[in-house]
Design a protein around this ligand. Structure first.
Ligand code: 5AD
Ligand code: SF4
Length: 470
């Protein structure tokens, strides 16, 4: 098997040279970059790196695409809906290019890492200047430089290598007190519905020392919440050492907790087949780790789990939940559910509802199954759309009742929150999150943003709590 390629420091330095070249080319002109990000937190983290590189090249981030000199569209491929949104946005930028011919438009991320989508962009969006796949992210400065000088459009797709890791790229994080830290990239699981292993390559872990250094810096800079990211964080380290001497995710968490500073650690996503009791023990022991666990179930039916190639069953999943609750009675548990996977019968779907009731999730993220070209499930017999939609609604209704019952018990309690900022829906209120990641709205002063506050809960709805400063 081909090995992960660690991008050498010389190669990263070469990209710094391209950054300087772009900066000098524009000779101090005022330039703006607009980045549109679709999809998961990993994509958000990638966009922060793209933004970091753009800033080094002299671009100022803007939230207004109309004033941009450089537009990047960082795409997602997990469901068709996300792809269509990215293509529609790309279409909307055409008139900007007509008004400002010097505007450079680039598309990157998971969607364009698929050959057929690359062709779509080539044929239907001739004003897009350049395109690059997920494993080319670190070469963005060079790709931009070449696109600026090329007479033709440039397409940099993945070369079929199993993936790489580049350290030392600049990063421009979103404002606030929260930071993402990618600890690994790619996925090896090949769940039969999922396109991720095809577009993000094989699982590869960053070196523990690099991760610890990044977290140390973030803690020293005053970040209050650090979320460790990976497609399957529980297989962290499998590729770093031989079995037996393996440094795993639980070890990494333990070491991160030793870093001084007042910060909380979250992580996502976990695969139930790899989530270990050792990990749960570390969580229970370490006050720095938030008591919240996102454990995607996908389906409550053993038949469907087998067809999905998930490699666990209901019994194993429930054992993990019981173990977590035994060690951390106040833990919040959330999950992902796919409705209408090919072959899902009424009985299979009832099994999913049954799991919702048994586990009693604090929140679920539910998705209608979306066939993805090139995946095994796309070849299987689909569930009719009307049945899928009706089941989806039943799933939401069931979860609403469960969550309403759970949060009702919180009225009258005191909850400590980390204050995030003004509420998006009501600026008279602040919002914060509890350790269990529950959203709390309350009235208060801006000075509280980024700090902890104690709130007495007066009203509870399934997706938000309301209260007063204690
Ligand atoms: N259709 C619908 N949902 C999907 N997911 C992944 N692939 C698909 C698909 N083809 C969901 C899974 C995963 C989440 C990130 O997206 O639930 O956990
Ligand atoms: Fe996709 Fe499964 Fe990998 Fe998650 S674990 S990214 S669902 S293949």
């Amino acid at each position: 098997m081909k090995q992960t390629r660690l991008i050498s420091s010389e190669e990263v330095r070469e990209q710094s040279e391209y950054m300087q070249k772009v900066r000098s080319f524009w000779g101090g002109r005022e330039l703006y970059v607009y980045i549109e990000t679709f999809g998961c937190q990993q994509n958000e983290a990638d966009s922060e790196r793209l933004c970091g590189m753009a800033v080094e090249m002299g671009y100022t981030p803007t939230t207004d695409p109309a004033e941009a000199d450089l537009i990047l569209i960082n795409t997602c491929a997990v469901r068709e809906h996300a792809e269509l949104k990215a293509l529609s946005i790309t279409g909307q930028f055409k008139h900007l290019k007509e008004k400002k011919p010097s505007l450079q438009i680039g598309i990157c991320g998971c969607m364009v890492s698929q050959e057929h989508r690359k062709e779509d962009v080539r044929r239907k969006y001739p004003y897009v200047n350049f395109l690059f796949g997920t494993s080319m992210l670190w070469r963005f400065p060079q790709i931009l430089w070449e696109a600026m000088h090329a007479k033709r459009r440039t397409f940099h797709l993945d070369t079929g290598d199993p993936g790489n890791i580049a350290e030392g790229l600049p990063v421009r994080r979103a404002p606030g007190h929260k930071a993402w830290v990618s600890i690994m990239y790619g996925c090896n699981n090949f769940c039969t519905y999922c396109v991720v292993p095809y577009v993000r390559g094989r699982e590869r872990s960053r070196q523990p020392a690099c991760i610890l250094e990044e977290v140390r810096t973030l803690a020293a800079e005053g970040y209050r919440e650090i979320t460790l990211l990976g497609q399957n964080v529980n297989s962290y380290g499998k590729d770093l050492a031989a079995e037996g001497e393996r440094y795993d995710f639980a070890d990494l968490l333990s070491d991160i907790c030793k870093i001084p500073g007042d910060f909380q650690i979250r992580f996502m996503t976990s695969h139930p087949k790899d989530a270990s009791e050792k990990l749960i023990d570390v969580m229970a022991r370490e006050p720095k780790i938030a008591k919240a666990f996102h454990l995607p179930l996908q389906s409550g039916s053993d038949n469907i789990l087998r067809a999905m190639n998930r490699v666990y069953n209901r019994e194993h999943y429930l054992h993990l939940i019981d173990y977590m609750r035994e060690k951390m009675p106040d833990i919040a548990i959330t999950t992902d559910i796919i409705v209408g996977f090919p072959g899902e019968t009424e009985e299979d779907f009832e099994d999913t509802l049954d799991m919702l009731r048994r586990v009693g999730y604090d929140n679920i993220y539910s998705f209608l199954y979306s066939p993805r070209k090139g995946t095994p499930a796309a070849e299987m017999t689909p569930v009719p759309q009307a049945i899928k939609s009706a089941r989806f609604q039943r799933l939401l209704d069931t979860q609403y009742e469960i969550a309403a019952r759970k949060v009702a018990g919180l009225v009258g309690t005191l909850q400590t929150v980390l204050v995030e900022g003004r509420s998006k829906t009501d600026v008279t209120r602040l919002t914060g999150r509890t350790e269990q990641n529950r959203l709390v709205h309350f009235e208060g002063d801006d000075a509280l943003i980024g700090r902890e506050a104690v709130i007495r809960i007066t009203r509870a709805e399934p997706h938000a709590l309301f209260g007063e400063l204690e």
